[in-house]
Design a protein around this ligand. Structure first.
Ligand code: GLN
Length: 542
């Protein structure tokens, strides 16, 4: 029997519901239970794939090719359970399925309504594709009281009623703001948020209270009394110095113990949090520091590169160093000599990206790294630009470019019109819809003997996640090889270049996929571990 834990948020957004859910998932796992984590987002986009990173942050891609909310990245990093398409549901996805059913005539002449048709579809999605998981943790996006969230809250209210407290638990995350003038933490916003939740029929079973300082016992008692929640289920969620300390901190406050109590499960001993303790110790006591420049377009918003930042941290953990990330807007490198600012860094990383703006600046950063022997890591767009840079500056193809920026004489990177996915062929044209039409999700790649990638992975075959519409044009392979580029990885049919390296450089690797999506604190991605290792070596030189 799967038990459902619904995690809702109140008072303000950005309280870290995703992290809280992920940390609870990790704790239940550490007690030996299987978990699945899911995100239900009330907005009308079918998925975040077409949203600007400034609106939504990173788009997290699953093995099965779904473009999802970045919280799924937290879930995967904390639990190691690969997220699936069914774990990311939006109002847009629900409504389009309801409307498609209506068009098919499935509602047999009835009036189609939010209740029961939309709420039924939400309930179906909550319970679908769960196998025999012990706990499903379902996070509802947004904040209680949002108009667009109402059908979701109504659906979980109904499920709570239908399945009963032995199978359903409601966790509500709130904020206790500190008012300096009064010298107090305030409980009123929490009271109001719970009142709002109760007005739509949901009584929270446990409150998780975010606060930047310890919450006095009296305040916890007050919250318990006003919100109808036993005091031991008012759990302080205090700020911590590293996100990987959250599971330990929650456990110390009794979160997982209270969850088991709610479900009348006898807690057998303590969860094994030793892996988290090891990670936190390493994060808190590094033996050195390296500085990595991340040259991108959305550097003003860290959420746009969430998994990347975490993967760099993991690379640091693997090498016992702190990674100082310098987020640099690529535009700054478009003026002559500006890349001198990179003299002090120990590695340059150009992440995934779209569109022409900033691409020349990114290529200037590539030139710097290539010619100065500074470790270079190009991810997706960062790989494509590294190839164009070699084509232009080493192979002498002055007009080399990507057709992503418009028609060009030397399309070293071009539109991907056809590729193999298992036993069928996917085809695309330049006028296709933008949503969900890229080459998405996990694909195999075969690594060349003698390549850096093969050495780093210690394997011949890898499986990595993709999100791209353009590809390195294989017709330029010979010229690029002659210019010092090694094709270190290909799709199994040998058609799509997956990894390039420079043979004359200590660490210069470009990958067409997104390795950052699969890195975990307890299992750092080999490419990130190796890149940071190269940066450590570089730091000894400068
Ligand atoms: N814009 C490039 C493409 O579509 C790279 C995409 C990416 O970096 N994710 O192929």
């Amino acid at each position: 029997m799967t038990r459902f834990i619904f995690i809702t948020g109140g008072v303000v957004s950005s309280l870290g519901k995703g992290l809280s859910s992920a940390a609870l998932g990790a704790l239940l796992q550490a007690r030996g239970y299987s978990v699945r984590l899911r995100k239900f987002d009330p907005y009308l986009n079918v998925d975040p794939g077409t949203m600007s990173p400034y609106q939504h942050g990173e788009v997290y891609v699953t093995d099965d090719g779904a473009e999802t909310d970045l919280d799924l990245g937290h879930y995967e990093r904390f639990t190691g359970v690969p997220a699936r398409r069914s774990d990311s549901v939006t109002a847009g996805k629900i409504y389009s399925s309801v409307i498609a059913r209506e068009r098919r005539g499935d509602y047999l002449g009835g009036t189609v309504q939010v209740i029961p048709h939309v709420t039924d579809a939400i309930k179906e999605a909550i319970r679908a594709d769960l196998d025999d998981t012990d706990f499903a943790l379902i996070e509802i996006g947004g904040t209680v009281g949002d108009i667009e969230g109402l059908p979701f809250f109504e659906a979980i209210r109904q499920l709570g009623y239908e399945l009963g407290p032995e199978q359903v638990m409601f966790v509500h995350l709130t904020l206790l703001p500190y008012i300096p003038a009064a010298g107090e933490l305030k409980t009123k916003p929490t009271q109001h948020s719970v009142k709002e939740l109760r007005s739509i029929g949901i009584q929270p079973d446990l409150l998780l209270c975010r606060s930047d300082r310890p919450i006095p016992e009296g305040e916890c008692r007050k919250i318990a009394l006003f919100c109808n929640v036993p005091q031991e289920r008012v759990i302080p969620a205090l700020d911590v110095d590293t996100i990987y300390a959250v599971p330990i901190s929650y456990h110390a406050q009794g979160f997982d113990t209270q969850v088991l109590k709610h479900f009348s499960i006898d807690a057998q001993g303590e969860p094994d949090v030793s892996a988290w303790e090891r990670i936190v110790t390493r994060a808190r006591h590094p033996e050195g520091e390296v500085s990595i420049a991340v040259v991108g377009k959305y550097t003003g918003l860290q959420d746009a590169y969430k998994s990347l930042a975490e993967a760099l941290v993991h690379g640091g953990i693997a090498n016992n160093v702190r990674v100082d990330m310098q987020w640099i807007d690529a535009d700054v490198f478009e003026s002559e000599g500006a890349t001198q600012a990179l003299e002090s860094v120990h590695g340059v990383l150009v992440p995934g990206g779209f569109g022409e703006r900033g691409s020349e600046g990114k290529m200037a950063a590539v030139t710097f790294a290539r010619t100065k022997d500074v470790p270079y890591f190009g991810i997706c767009f960062g790989m494509q630009l590294a190839v164009i840079e070699t084509a232009r500056n080493v192979a002498g193809l002055r007009n080399a470019s990507s057709t992503e920026f418009g028609p060009c004489d030397e399309p070293v990177v071009g539109l991907l019109t056809e590729w193999r996915d298992g036993d069928h062929v996917e085809r695309r044209g330049s006028n296709d819809d933008l949503g969900g039409t890229m080459r998405l999700g996990g694909y195999d790649a075969v690594l060349a003997a003698g390549s850096k990638a093969r050495e780093v992975y210690g394997a011949e075959k890898i499986f990595e996640r993709h999100r791209h519409r353009y590809e390195v044009n294989i017709n330029y392979q010979r010229k690029l090889r002659e210019a010092g580029m090694r094709f270190a990885g290909f799709s199994p049919d040998g058609e799509l270049p997956e990894i390039v390296e420079r043979v004359d450089h200590p660490w210069f690797v470009g990958v067409q996929f997104h390795p950052e999506l699969k890195s975990k604190p307890f299992d750092p991605h080999p490419l990130f571990a190796s890149f940071i290792e190269a940066a450590v070596a570089q730091s000894r030189l400068v």
